[in-house]
Design a protein around this ligand. Sequence first.
Ligand code: GLC
Ligand code: CA
Length: 606
Amino acid sequence: MHSMKALGITLIVVIGVGVIAGAITWAVIATREPAPPPPELIDLDWWQHCVLYQIYPRSFKDSDGNGIGDLKGITSQLEHFVEAGVDAMWMSPIFESPMVDFGYDISNFYEIHHEYGTMEDFDNLLRRAHELGIKVLLDFVPNHASNASEYFIKSEAMETGYEDFFVWADALPDPNNASNRLPPSNWVSQFANSAWEWSDVRQQYYLHQFAIEQPDFNFRNPAVKDEMIKIMKFWLDKGVDGFRVDALPYMMEADPADHGGRYPDDPLSGLAEFKPHQLGYTIPLYTKDLIELYDVVYEWREFIDQYQKDKGGETRVIFSEGYANVSMTMLYYGNEDGDIGAHFPFNFDFIRELSDESTARDFAYTVLRWLTYMPAGAVPNWQTGNHDNNRAPSRFRINMVDGLNSLNLLLPGVAVTYQGEEIGMRDGYVSWEDTVDVEALRRGDNETYLLYSRDPCRTPYHWNNSTNAGFSTGNRTWLPVAKDYPEINLAKQKDDARSHFKVYQTLIKLRKEKALSHGEFLIRALSNRTFYLVRYLRTYDTIVLLFNVADASDTIELSRVLKLELPATVVVSSIHSTRVAGDTIDGENLTLEAGEAIVLRAKPVS
Ligand code: GLC
Ligand code: CA
């Protein structure tokens, strides 16, 4: 049995396998250690209530004018995180790569990509960040390598020890044409077309769940698993604080040994709108969320915990990435057999479950859903965007920026910010001619590409209103800078009396209060338009968020907000709100404009 230290309690798991009315019952008895201290005195580990900022290195800050963000650029702007109040950052991949999927196709897991700098630049970044008290996490991409990696080249050439590093399979004969060959199964790639690609060199097909240039590692080969541990250890030895782990649902596929020696076809979805080469034509029964993959994640957690024990120092963490249904997502935390996995799986519910059509009830429900499914004692996390999805103000409405940041930062657990969200950056427009995202290029055409393109959320960061928004001094940037940068940029928002950035800073300061770091919470809809979130803890001030998520105003009755005792004081509000910090709220009714959010401070619950 694994130690459940993260839960702060000792669990004695008694597994009673008794047959009661035909069912097997599992009894889990939890015994607490003697009299726990008041909740607010329990020290949180650094990651348990941190603000985690995602950097997309290519678009953050360019130090040498070639139009591509780099490590020196990031290092030069680390003070931004201190000013904002961010605790930790994770960076999308910075490793050697042909850049087919902008770094998610790694050709050398132990080297820095030349456009981003050198190993020395990385060491400097890490040292400086640590000096400033900022934790640094790297993106760990275990599912696949680049086809330009040594691993793949050796495997394709059948070099000893590398033969089974990837998922290789013979062609199937074409019953209609003897001179033709067919791929081993009907599996569809995330980036369209068959997930199998023919290798002339090896005279076999290899699997790629993503781009053709991203062959999938074979996780049924122990040598691959060993190599993954080696990679993690290399970066941990350098001093990184942990990893964001990429694309986990695709890590394993059905084993031919269980299917009469061949790769089984995924069942067809039967949905008429999809053609055989399109994602959605099949149901990924044999290619996604396989139960075996979780054991690999649990092994990684054991490895990282053991590393911790051996080396001491601050906790190293694993945050896992995967779009899956809620049950399969929760298994990344661990299972009821006592296996422990990631410190948390990223929560994509605000991205995938909510939109500009969502009501206040949808918001409350979405928050409660995660917390309901989450294992007891685990740490939740929240985010409204990342480098794979349209930016929050574009998916929702632009007047919701401060409300979304408030919700994100005031909920219990970890708040994740994708670069630019602290200043309310919106999607940039990227024409078909300027499109570089492999997903858009392979799934779309000049008419449909915006349905798939991840370029709009990846346009360069807006530092100020100078050329290229202060991102680069070059004539050209790798993606166009969004046109709205003169209005939406960090320098302006630092000067303006009210700005998204100032709201963000205030919210992060507020997070330090005990009601937010350690308190209880309630979230309820007051109407279809407005919900409230209350954070409270014994003798500490109660903090209340009121957020109208609709496109029309709403009048609410404050007496219906549980735990809120009036009068209350405004701490922070949306920049378009007529209420400002310090205003007293004492009426029975309150009208909130479309998208308006206000955060109130009230006396402790009695
Ligand atoms: C993850 C990444 C995405 C990438 C894919 C393949 O979903 O976030 O950007 O394309 O994995 O590595
Ligand atoms: Ca895989």
